[in-house]
Design a protein around this ligand. Structure first.
Ligand SMILES: Nc1ncnc2c1ncn2[C@@H]1O[C@H](COP(=O)(O)OP(=O)(O)O)[C@@H](O)[C@H]1O
Ligand SMILES: [Mg+2]
Length: 331
């Protein structure tokens, strides 16, 4: 089995079939503000060691004092790592003075000095502007990839590439893995989505996976598709009480286990109440239940619940209240 590089986020690692391949060239692409830098930092702060540090190389677009200033707000940021496990260097000067060959000599010197296990170039796309033509860029890519492979380092090439770039830019052919960050529109709402475009030598969970960014980094919610484990389970034959005696009688002793019942009707007829009867009857019988509400919050629901002599704090009663405005369905 190939070794894998963990993001520290089990759901993202699972999408990648265990993680990114080590000693590989990984690209992280997407629009500005999509979280490319944050994701990359997630990987390096988790995996860099003093023996094999991370070398974070900023090109023209990302001055490194600014990168550090923003990274400080992230939970996984470790100030003690800077200069020991995580080394930030600026390639801007070398680029401006000597172009791509300047980058190669600078990378050589830094590799010799630090012997890094992880190498980041952010933004990689910005390097294109310094090549006289496609031929020069391809030679540069070849030389750089050769050095990184010899070093047995895991690399991250970060850039604001769009859909058109991915068919033309030669680095996409060189990369072993490509993570694309973007957004999609679901009715009136923008949702951040992560897609794996390529993962050499491994399967991965295809499709658009929603993610959120917080101080903890990227949190990814794998697309709910066919369950991987399709093991058998038994449905009991004993009907479940609805919590309303007369309704149990009408339904020949209640709901079927494992079934779904739609309760519909106009506002104020008792739909929520019918659900509550079911949950609190279950709780009384030792069956834990979940109330998932996209309407009332805990306080509003408490008022109804308390009025019937129940309590949301009762054992076996779990509440998930979310605003439908901000719901990611796979989350
Ligand atoms: N603590 C945080 N909570 C929520 N969102 C955050 C937080 N820190 C940064 N972000 C979001 O992360 C994005 C910036 O991520 P970054 O990795 O710098 O993007 P990129 O490198 O792709 O331009 C911004 O859109 C910002 O809204
Ligand atoms: Mg960035």
């Amino acid at each position: 089995m190939t070794e894998r590089l963990s993001s520290g986020q089990p759901r993202l690692d699972a999408i990648l079939n265990g993680g990114l391949p080590t000693n590989a060239i990984n690209m992280v692409i997407g629009a500005p503000g999509s979280g490319k830098t944050i994701l990359t930092e997630q990987y390096i702060f988790r995996n860099a060691t003093v023996e094999r540090p991370a070398l974070y190389l900023a090109t023209v677009s990302e001055p490194f004092d600014k990168i550090i200033r923003y990274a400080q707000n992230l939970e996984f940021f470790d100030a003690n790592a800077i200069g020991t496990r995580v080394i930030y260097e600026d390639l801007g000067q070398a680029l401006r003075d000597q172009g791509l060959s300047g980058v190669l000599s600078r990378v050589d010197a830094l590799i010799k000095e630090h012997h890094p296990g992880l190498v980041v170039i952010d933004s990689f796309k910005a390097l294109h502007a310094f090549a006289a033509d496609q031929g020069e860029f391809r030679r540069f890519l070849h030389d750089l990839a050769g050095r990184l492979t010899a070093l047995a380092a895991s690399s991250f090439w970060v850039g604001e590439y769009d859909a058109a770039d991915s068919s033309e830019a030669p680095e996409f052919a060189v990369a072993d893995a490509i993570i694309a960050l973007g957004t999609t529109r679901v009715s009136e709402r923008q949702t951040r989505i992560l897609q794996i475009r390529k993962l050499r030598g491994s399967g991965f969970a295809a499709g658009e996976h929603a993610y959120r960014i917080s101080a903890a980094g990227l949190d990814v919610f794998p697309r709910l598709a066919d369950p991987i484990e399709a093991s058998d389970y038994a449905l009991g034959t004993k009907r479940q009480s609805t919590g309303v005696e007369a309704l149990d009688t009408l339904l020949a002793d209640g709901y079927w286990p494992g079934s779904t019942t739609l309760v519909c009707g106009p506002s104020g007829v008792g739909k929520t109440l019918l659900g509550l009867h079911f949950i609190f009857q279950g709780a009384k019988a030792g069956q834990p239940g979940v109330i998932a509400t996209l309407q009332e919050n805990r306080i509003q629901l408490s008022r109804i619940v308390d009025g019937f002599g129940w309590s949301l704090d009762q054992p076996g009663v779990h509440l998930m209240a979310r605003s439908p405005v901000d719901v990611y369905i796979d989350e």
